[in-house]
Design a protein around this ligand. Structure first.
Ligand code: ADP
Ligand code: ADP
Ligand code: MG
Length: 494
């Protein structure tokens, strides 16, 4: 087993990974950018190394600086988390070339699955069902011909895509030229690559993905599904396991297809095979494989009882994964809500600012993975994911009730967040009935934030005047109760 691991990431995932290390008795090294000097993940680690400026390119994506930090601290392995360098095969190779262990799949598997066009071709050859479509097309005419063959609507997609970027739904030949242009532009900007593919756009689809896990001794299993259909801009907001849609027979078939997909590229460690599920036909198609730990891994941890981050580290160190498929089962129901610093009423644009107060919910079956504390600065440099709230209960109904109670207890002040938006979805009958498809938020859910009642504003004003004013010279420093009128700095006299 390793003595020291460097975590090449930030935010909630960096802390979650370091916690796994701590439980395994492994020392941790954090890396951080200028903007993250005081970030919680830096304080959580045993050691921390500054690796560059705030822009990701200068720090969290800077391979030489990350490797240098590992060398300088004597770390033996690097965990990339998700995002950043996690799906970068060149990084995985560079880690190995530096004599260190990359905690993740083999570089060859990352490369084979890194490109949506190439991975679809590989999957078709391996007998995994893929969405009808066409890859490696040249001009507009070829795209229109392919779309006519497939049948509208179609989806134009960046081959190098990720994070929902570079995707356009096209409903007729007339819409094709503009869709190609804008998808190309977005893809070039985000990934430095403008290759596109086209595939059948499946209406009212569900996103259902399978967690796979393997060791370096040939044991490769699946850890069941996650339903991730609550999305905005093709990006997940709420995930759960099990999926309310799957029958045991379809679950078993999807699980087998995912293992087959992973086996075809010589996979080990944790990975996720994403499928688009057509409820009308009860059929599923391979979308892509994410060759890393996923944001929503905690729901799988809850229902399987396995610590995926710890097992990632253990199999990277060469340990066998001791569970066979027949040993594994799903227990109860888990839901995750992603708390984002974004304006759900204003096009989901990211917001920034200082967290004035953050109080996490607590209680049986509630887990919070967060990268913020009261006082944290949310900058424009990074992904706006602040925290994840995960609940586990005996049934889906109980899990929904538990999540609603947990959200009610959470306090988050200082930045605009999707907090009210999450509560509204959890309270919606469509969610209770499990019939939310991937475009539901954008097409059917007409959410508007509630106006604050005047009583709330009055209470806030009153509280503001009553709580000690730090600038005031007449503060009573002998009064321990911060809400006492004797503590007040607003000129109150007996
Ligand atoms: P998941 O299924 O784990 O949510 P995503 O593809 O949505 O997978 O990405 C997970 C995280 O990785 C996102 O929150 C984002 O921070 C980061 N990420 C993924 N792809 C990109 C990208 N192309 N550019 C920037 N960040 C990305
Ligand atoms: P990314 O790398 O950005 O995660 P994916 O291919 O996994 O890209 O797709 C992201 C989301 O886009 C899916 O979860 C789904 O909502 C939607 N999507 C992708 N392909 C299709 C399709 N063929 N039909 C309908 N929706 C799709
Ligand atoms: Mg995806």
């Amino acid at each position: 087993m390793f003595n020291k691991i460097l975590v090449a990431n930030r935010g909630e995932i960096a802390i979650r990974l370091m916690r796994a290390c701590r439980e395994l008795g492994i020392k941790t090294v954090a890396v951080y950018s200028a903007a993250d000097k005081d970030a919680p993940h830096v304080r959580f680690a045993d050691e921390a190394v500054e690796i560059g400026d705030s822009a990701p390119r200068e720090s969290y994506l800077n391979i030489p600086n990350v490797l240098q930090a590992a060398k300088a601290t004597g770390a033996e392995a690097i965990h990339p988390g998700y995002g950043f360098l996690s799906e970068n095969a060149t990084f995985a190779e560079a880690v190995a070339a530096a004599g260190l262990i990359f905690i993740g799949p083999p570089a060859s598997a990352i490369r084979a699955m890194g490109d949506k066009a190439q991975s679809k071709i590989t999957m078709k050859a391996a007998g995994v069902p893929t969405v009808p479509g066409a890859e490696n097309l040249a001009g507009e005419t070829e795209f229109i011909e392919a779309a006519e063959r497939i049948g509208y609507p179609v989806l134009v997609k960046a081959a190098a895509g990720g994070g929902g970027k570079g995707m356009r739904v096209v409903r007729s030949a007339r819409e094709m030229p503009e869709a190609l242009d804008s998808a190309r532009r977005e893809s070039q900007n985000a990934f430095g690559d403008d290759r596109l593919l086209v595939e059948k756009y499946i209406e009212n689809a569900h996103h259902i993905e399978i967690q796979v896990f393997g060791d370096q001794h040939g044991n490769l299993v699946h850890l069941f599904e996650r339903e991730c259909s609550v999305q905005r801009r093709h990006q997940k907001i709420i995930e759960e396991s099990p999926s309310p849609l799957l029958t045991p027979a379809i679950r078993a078939r999807m699980g087998e297809a995912a293992v087959q997909a992973a086996r075809a590229v010589g996979y080990f460690n944790a990975g996720t095979v994403e499928f688009i599920f057509d409820p009308a036909l009860s059929s599923f198609f391979f979308l892509e494989m994410n060759t890393r730990l996923q944001v929503e891994h905690p729901v799988t941890e809850a229902v399987t009882g396995l610590d995926l981050a710890a097992w990632q580290i253990r199999v990277a160190a060469g340990e066998p994964f001791p569970f066979k498929q027949a040993d594994l089962s799903q227990r109860g129901h888990a839901i995750e809500c992603r708390l984002y610093a974004e304006d759900a009423a204003g096009g989901f644009l990211p917001s920034t600012g200082r967290i004035l107060r953050f109080i996490e919910p607590r209680g049986p079956g509630i887990r919070v993975d967060s990268g913020i504390v009261t006082g944290s600065e949310v900058s424009r440099f990074y992904d706006p994911l602040l925290a994840k709230i995960i609940v586990h209960a005996e049934s889906r109904e109980a899990a929904i009730r538990r999540m609603r109670a947990a959200l009610k207890e959470t306090v988050l002040h200082g930045v605009t967040s999707n907090f009210d938006f999450l509560q509204a979805i959890l309270a919606h009958p469509a969610f209770a009935e499990g019939r939310i498809h991937t475009r539901w938020v954008e097409t059917e859910f007409n959410w508007q934030p509630a106006e604050l009642p005047i009583e709330a504003l009055l209470a806030a004003a009153l509280a503001d005047g009553t709580i000690q004013n730090p600038k005031s010279k007449i503060e009573n420093r002998y009064e321990p109760d911060p809400f006492s009128p004797w503590k007040s700095g607003n000129g109150f006299r007996n």
